[in-house]
Design a protein around this ligand. Structure first.
Ligand SMILES: *[C@@H]1O[C@H](CO)[C@@H](O)[C@H](O)[C@H]1NC(C)=O
Ligand SMILES: *[C@@H]1O[C@H](CO)[C@@H](O)[C@H](O)[C@H]1NC(C)=O
Ligand SMILES: *[C@@H]1O[C@H](CO)[C@@H](O)[C@H](O)[C@H]1NC(C)=O
Ligand SMILES: *[C@@H]1O[C@H](CO)[C@@H](O)[C@H](O)[C@H]1NC(C)=O
Length: 293
């Protein structure tokens, strides 16, 4: 009996130790609300769950204290349920200042029963207009799903539940800008975008349904911390074993992952800037004529 107690005590102590080792990733330690955020926003549970709220007084945004260059930024997200038309939940990384880099996930709400749109975009040196959109193959409001932004010196990959949905490859040596020189903070937000989001702005927010709440959980930046320009070479170094994102397997999607990406693009992609000839008057972005992944 005494031995069992000792064993239980040891387990209890190691559980505490384990808990402390991940404390840095918790919202309460790693993120803060942007001033003006809706007062109903909250960090709940043991600090690992974040609720962002939108009502007719304010939307909300939280941002990471640290910035990163290369690695994976993982987040579990459960989107606004029911009639979410006109709302946009976003999850993105972005540097600040002019010529900024940014990698985006935006989730465009819809009226009850109609599909959300998973909207992705990337800004390089201040240039955006590289949208791809998808319908989810699941109900993103019923459960938490894992949305991961991965970027390394050779490619950016957007993952949903470990399935790659989009790749943006580094063609810097061919003069195409790539997000490789600026640290990016992580942001989560929920706001009113009913002038464009749902059916192109036709569906307005129904405030009777507010407050709207998007739930975020288990924020994990497994990424290189940005400490200023010295990080440009340090975070890209292939000789530092801590830089797992530079290992050869992350240079390009393997056969199985490429197949998954093709499946998503064939069945769930609803918009691709590379095929919107009308919008760009036939002057397509240079990366559109290169191998995609
Ligand atoms: C941004 O895009 C425009 C139009 O494609 C291009 O002319 C310009 O050079 C780009 N700027 C950078 C910094 O890549
Ligand atoms: C989320 O997906 C990433 C990328 O596939 C994976 O590395 C990570 O383990 C996943 N996280 C969770 C909590 O499932
Ligand atoms: C909302 O539902 C309509 C009708 O099914 C669909 O056309 C649209 O793509 C959906 N999503 C958004 C964000 O508008
Ligand atoms: C807004 O939602 C309420 C409650 O569901 C509903 O009764 C009302 O008809 C909706 N308004 C519009 C304009 O759809």
């Amino acid at each position: 009996m005494a031995r069992l107690q000792v064993l239980l005590m040891a387990l209890f102590i190691s559980a505490i130790a384990l808990d402390q080792s991940i404390v840095n990733a918790q919202f309460s330690e790693s993120m803060y609300f942007t001033p003006g955020a809706n007062s109903q926003c909250a960090i709940v549970g043991n600090g690992d769950d974040l609720h962002l709220v939108l009502d007719n007084t304010a939307g909300s945004r939280a941002q990471s204290k640290k910035a990163f260059l290369f690695g994976s930024i993982e987040m579990l997200i459960k989107l606004v349920p029911g009639n979410s038309a006109g709302t946009v939940t976003a999850y993105y990384v972005s540097s600040s200042g002019s010529n900024h880099d940014e990698i985006d996930y935006e989730f465009l709400g819809n009226v009850s029963g109609q599909p959300y749109i998973i909207h992705t975009n990337i800004f390089t040196q201040g240039n955006g207009s590289k949208e791809q959109q998808f319908y989810p193959w699941f109900d993103p409001t019923a459960d938490f799903h894992n949305y991961t932004i991965h970027w390394n010196p050779t490619e950016v990959v957007w993952y949903v539940d470990s399935i790659p949905i989009r790749v943006f490859r580094n063609y810097e040596n061919e003069g195409i800008a790539y997000p490789s020189k600026q640290g990016m903070n992580v942001y989560s937000s929920l706001w009113n975008a009913d002038n464009w989001a749902t059916r192109g702005g036709l569906e307005k927010i129904n405030w009777t349904c507010s407050p709207f709440t998007a739930r975020f959980s288990k924020f994990r930046p497994r990424a290189c911390e940005w400490n200023g320009p010295i990080s440009i070479s340090q975070c890209a170094s292939e000789t530092n074993p801590a830089n797992w994102w530079t290992s050869p397997i992350y240079k390009q999607l393997g056969y199985a992952k490429s197949g998954q990406l093709q499946w998503v693009q064939d069945n769930y992609m609803i918009y691709n800037y590379c095929t919107d000839y009308k919008r760009f008057n036939g002057q397509m972005a240079p990366e559109c004529s290169k191998p995609q992944f």
